[in-house]
Design a binder for this molecule. Structure first.
Ligand SMILES: Cc1cc2nc3c(=O)[nH]c(=O)nc-3n(C[C@H](O)[C@H](O)[C@H](O)COP(=O)(O)O)c2cc1C
Length: 209
């Protein structure tokens, strides 16, 4: 076993620390956040921090890095209040990764990749065509993480698109049927395989004899 304490971690190079700390909390979801400015400029960027925040009401949150450089996703969301979250499937992961490149605000990542914008249900922000799961989200609030200047964005899930064969009778969504990718660290993409679903866990009977 390797062992590291805080002093060791503080002494790592920036890249080594970034790689290690981004990997050790586990696999993360691969999501493309699409948005559009008031001027009509589309934007697309990959995020690994999208997580549900409760199902009633249906909420999610994601983390934005500190606004020390222009952040188009944040700017568009603040301007228009809406965005979409789109899962990354296996055929799209290299293009999805490329959306993390720093392009000028006027350049759409849709034009720099084979990912295609799709407008549905009068939602101002574009969806990503052929994404197996897409969510239309509305900005609700933001919280500054004082420890590092990141922003935690809270949003309502208002529109849900799920590819037909992924949705089971009880509402459970089989991500593996959509070849939905997960992220290991910041650049390792992996395709999870379902072992099995388990029963709702209840305490075992305690045998007092
Ligand atoms: C795998 C991966 C995951 C990422 N996750 C996040 C994230 O959760 N939050 C964040 O602020 N940036 C994240 N990024 C960086 C953004 O994709 C990148 O800063 C992008 O240029 C932001 O685009 P924007 O300026 O158009 O909003 C991630 C990058 C990669 C490669």
């Amino acid at each position: 076993m390797h062992y590291f304490n805080t002093t060791d971690v503080d002494g790592f190079s920036k890249l080594y620390r970034l790689n290690m700390i981004n990997s050790i909390t586990g696999f993360k979801s691969a999501n493309l956040i699409a948005s559009k400015s008031n001027n009509g400029d589309e934007n697309l960027a990959i995020f690994s921090s999208v997580t549900h925040l409760g199902s009633n009401p249906a909420l999610l949150h994601f983390t934005l890095r500190p606004n020390t450089v222009p952040r188009d996703t944040y700017k568009n969301i603040k301007e228009t209040q809406v965005f979409t979250v789109n899962h990354v499937s296996a055929p799209h992961f290299e293009d999805a990764h490329h959306t993390s490149a720093k392009y000028d605000e006027a350049v759409s990542e849709f034009d720099q990749t084979r990912l295609v914008p799709e407008y549905k249900n009068n939602w101002y922000a574009p969806y990503v065509k052929d994404s197996p799961i897409s969510l239309g989200c509305r900005y609700l609030n933001e919280y500054e993480i004082k420890e590092n200047g990141c922003l935690l964005i809270v949003a309502a899930i208002e529109q849900i698109f799920i590819q037909e064969d992924l949705l089971m009778e009880d509402g459970w969504v089989d991500l593996t049927k959509g070849s939905v990718m997960a992220i290991n660290g910041l650049d390792g993409y992996t395709l999870p395989q379902l072992e099995k679903r388990l029963e709702y866990a209840r305490p075992k009977q305690i045998n007092n004899k």
